[in-house]
Design a binder for this molecule. Structure first.
Ligand SMILES: Cc1ncc(COP(=O)(O)O)c(C=O)c1O
Ligand SMILES: Nc1ccccc1C(=O)C[C@H](N)C(=O)O
Length: 459
């Protein structure tokens, strides 16, 4: 599942221990995070982002993150929104200036962005392991999912079910149910993948999924899963599941919201039928920014039902304004409207950063950062008897660490310490953006969690 782990059989724990031994300290010693931050090949990347700051002297003098010179926020909510690239404002500003100066879209620099949205697909495709013409930059995740379900959910009397995770992000369930109802089937025709029995009540197991596909596949039209499960950070084995889906004649799609920018993905080689993502999570393109969609090139000339608009017409003749459609083959034929140039400017700013590194390098950094977090937090969660639901095997987890905090009201305490992470029910989810989180920040967030849990236990 992990394609390019440069450390052979060593776990992140072993690597970190080995590095700490080299400078004769323990992993939990502050000298270790200093050493790691000073010797980090990707440390330069964070300079391309604006560090969130707020007014400093708001009290809490006793807490050491408030020392002069320290960054204020401890940002671990990359699964909702990531830092702003410095270039975003510049590029959006250029666009706004251009718009102010020129009254007609075709005379502005904006037009260059709008008319070349194909160029953006060329830059994004390597993040999902696709060919350029298998990727379209368009809409937002749920909209793309709804568009693609029109094509990829084609139920028949004998083959009409959809397999999906029980703990899927709700939008996926809503979208699937709406399609099932519209085609006259029953929303209960969703086959829900349950967490592994005897496991921690949340994690899935590849073997279980393959068994469900074996059992239900003949009556199943579509399998729709996450690439990375949003609650646990678990990576699903997209290659194995896709193979099993196809063996049963099912279409398969993935929600990559928490996967893009975090893990290595090879949609083309794995033969995935379609995938959708948004761009405001790990890849920092800004709140509500346009996302993207993938459709395998084998479906390029499909005659599936689909929704069509003028931006799907071939670019060369789109502006002939003929009423005779000449559709762009592949996923780019699914584009309906002219893209949002403001979104494009933000995407451009973020992609400039991704061009300075590789997804393999980011994944390696993310594994080590998460390994460090795990090393530090293990004793803390053990003391409080909290259940970790992120896979213990580093190859099976993306860039998030989750544990359950039943009956512990620690979210407001953490927020008041400017720790940003996400809470869902009793899940506490700490997401680490490998593009800018430093080892020091991880050290500090664990200190905060320790402090807050101690208060909660005593209170
Ligand atoms: C796993 C997952 N899928 C889908 C979405 C919805 O994305 P959008 O708001 O772009 O439709 C989110 C987050 O908002 C998500 O975390
Ligand atoms: N778009 C948002 C707007 C507001 C608050 C959260 C979100 C999220 O994206 C939640 C996230 N996707 C999650 O994994 O819970």
């Amino acid at each position: 599942m992990i394609e390019n782990w440069k450390y052979g059989k060593q776990t992140p724990e072993q690597i970190l221990k080995g590095l700490a031994a080299k400078i004769s300290v323990n992993v939990d010693d502050p000298r270790f995070y200093k050493f790691m931050d000073e010797n980090d090949d990707l440390a330069f990347l964070r300079n391309y982002y604006i560090t969130p700051e707020v007014a400093r002297n708001v009290g809490k003098e006793n807490s050491f993150i408030y020392e002069e010179g320290n960054e204020f926020y401890l940002d671990f909510a990359a699964q909702a929104l990531s830092w702003q690239p410095k270039r975003s404002k510049e590029l959006v500003g250029e666009l706004l200036d251009d718009w102010a100066r020129n009254s007609h879209l075709t005379y502005t620099q904006a037009s260059i962005n709008v008319f070349n949205d194909d160029k953006f697909a060329e830059k994004v495709c390597h993040l999902v392991g696709a060919h350029p013409d298998e990727v379209a930059i368009m809409n937002t995740l749920t909209v793309n999912l709804n568009f693609l379900l029109i094509s990829f959910y084609m139920p028949t009397a004998a083959k009409y079910k959809i397999i999906v995770e029980e703990d899927s992000f709700p939008t996926v369930i809503y979208a699937l149910q709406s399609h099932i109802s519209q085609r006259g089937y029953n929303p209960n025709d969703l086959v829900l993948l349950k967490p592994h029995e005897g496991g921690n009540g949340v994690q899935l197991n590849t073997q279980d999924i393959l068994e469900v596909i074996e059992r239900e596949g003949d009556a199943t039209a579509l399998i729709m899963l996450s690439g990375v499960q949003y609650l646990t950070g678990q990576i699903l084995d997209m290659r194995a599941i896709t193979e099993a889906a196809h063996a049963k004649g099912c279409m398969i799609g993935f929600d990559l919201a928490h996967a893009i920018g975090c893990i290595e993905i090879q949609l083309h080689d794995w033969d995935v039928d379609f995938a959708v993502w948004d761009a405001y999570k790990f890849i920092s393109c800004g709140p509500g920014c346009m996302g993207g969609a993938f459709m395998h090139e084998k479906h390029k000339d499909n005659d599936f039902p689909k929704l069509i608009g003028w931006w799907g017409h071939k670019a060369e003749t789109r502006f002939d304004f003929s009423n005779v459609l000449d559709l762009t083959p592949g996923i780019n034929g699914y584009r309906n409207s002219a893209p949002s140039t403001l979104s494009m400017a933000c995407i451009a700013a973020s992609l400039e950063i991704y061009e300075k590194t590789t997804i393999q390098a980011l994944r390696t950094r993310s594994i080590l950062l998460l390994g460090y977090l795990e090393d530090l937090i293990k004793p803390v969660v053990a003391v409080h008897n909290l259940e970790v639901v992120t896979p213990a095997n580093f190859a099976e987890r993306a860039s998030q660490y989750t544990y359950r905090v039943p009956d512990l009201n620690i979210d407001t305490e953490l927020a008041s310490r400017h720790v940003q992470c996400l809470f869902h029910h009793d899940f506490m989810r700490i997401a680490v953006n490998p593009a800018y989180i430093r080892y020091e920040k991880i050290f500090r967030v664990v200190q905060m969690i320790k402090e807050v849990l101690a208060i909660s236990a005593n209170g």
